[in-house]
Design a protein. Structure first.
Length: 204
């Protein structure tokens, strides 16, 4: 398994990047929060996991081991594939996931697009005895240093939300709700805007 990659970012989209590691380009799927923190031409380190299917091999990358472990853990629940797992770790931190499972808080899990009440109940039941080993230490802000470009942040945030399962309409509504943050602070990071957008959708 490829558990860790350090290299130079040579390409990036709403939910992926290409990392040049010693001349080999790895295309890595990730959350919008993570891609928002990347800069083309700069070196970065990602904790990774390889998902193998009959017709594909997909590499997923995260800023912390805790996020990667949470991504792997939720897939051990029946009916949870990589796409839904990525949405879960985009909306919930490892700590929030553990707390939701331990406290049987279905409402928290249903904030994730694609998870209904029955799905949340099943995830909680199946993961209740497995979350103890999940590292819930503090993570890092994947976009702490990246400034949101005035004309580009909407596209980035919208595409990131849609890649996680929200509709274009929901993504646009979320962008409208965080627009005042971008206007008030031209130097705000894309990561903070993405987090604010996710929070607004989670509350709705």
């Amino acid at each position: 398994m490829i558990a860790l990659l350090r290299g130079v970012v040579v390409g990036a989209g709403a939910n992926w990047c290409v990392l040049d590691v010693a001349g080999v380009g790895y295309r890595i799927q990730m959350t919008g929060n993570t891609t928002a923190g990347l800069r083309i031409g700069e070196e970065t380190l990602l904790h990774t996991t390889l998902v193998v299917r009959e017709d594909s091999m997909t590499l997923f990358g995260f800023t912390s081991e805790g996020e990667r472990d949470a991504f792997e853990l939720v897939q051990s629940a029946s009916g949870v594939g990589p796409k839904l797992a990525l949405a879960i770790v985009s909306v919930l931190t490892p700590t929030q996931l553990v707390q939701a499972v331990r406290s049987n808080d279905q409402a928290v899990l249903t904030k994730v697009p694609g998870i209904g009440k029955k799905g949340a109940e099943k995830i909680i039941i199946e993961l209740r005895d497995r979350v103890a080993g999940l590292d819930v230490g503090p993570g890092t802000d994947p976009a702490a240093g990246r400034t949101a470009e005035p004309s580009a942040w909407r596209d980035h945030v919208s595409q990131g939300l849609q890649s996680l399962g929200w509709s274009a309409k929901d993504a646009e509504t979320a962008c409208e709700k965080v627009a005042e943050l971008a206007e008030a602070d031209p130097g705000i990071s894309l990561g903070k805007l993405m987090k604010a957008a996710l929070q607004s959708l989670a509350r709705s």
